[in-house]
Design a protein around this ligand. Structure first.
Ligand code: THU
Length: 158
């Protein structure tokens, strides 16, 4: 028996002002996207902004439904929009943030496993790493170059 070890590495910024200008702007666009979240059930308003290779930015927000599992996370709302509207472009960067008056959003928002799985497949299709920025309202931002830091093993059909 052998053990497999995986390591994760994140760049941590104490404040949004430490980000590059393009990442700072993308973070503001993710924050703006929270305004369009429809989250009356969880009151957790998630926003994302995805920058494509052409420079186009796609925003997304979570969309809930009274039949709870019918709703969708902000990341997959935006990712599947990219897949359909911009099938020939690659994703450079994804920023995720959230706001809520009842849940803690100070710490960087970590995407759910299903969204990481979907992001991972976009990454393997385009064959270049996606930079993912996890934003918290304290100003703290975690940056990962590639999805492997979040999910080292993903489900694949080969
Ligand atoms: N949510 C997202 O939009 N993204 C995630 O990665 C995790 C959770 C949404 C789903 C639901 O509308 C609310 O946050 C609470 O789970």
């Amino acid at each position: 028996m052998k053990k497999l070890h995986f390591t994760s590495e994140f760049n941590c910024y104490d404040n949004e002002n430490e980000l590059s200008e393009s990442h700072f702007i993308l973070t503001k666009l993710a924050i703006e996207a929270t305004k369009n979240a429809y989250a009356p059930y969880s009151q957790f308003y998630v926003g994302t902004a995805i920058e494509l290779s052409s420079g186009v930015v796609v925003q997304g927000s979570n969309q809930e439904n009274a039949a709870y599992p019918s709703g969708l996370c902000a990341e997959r709302v935006a990712l599947f929009h990219v897949g359909h509207q911009f099938p020939n472009e690659s994703i450079k960067t994804i920023v995720i943030t959230a706001k809520s008056s009842i849940h803690d959003t100070q710490k960087p928002v970590v995407p759910c496993g299903a969204c990481i799985q979907v992001m991972s497949e976009f990454e393997s299709r385009q064959n270049t790493p996606i930079t993912i920025l996890l934003h918290g309202n304290s100003g703290l931002v975690y940056e990962s170059i590639g999805l492997k830091n979040l999910m080292p093993l993903t489900f694949e059909l080969k």
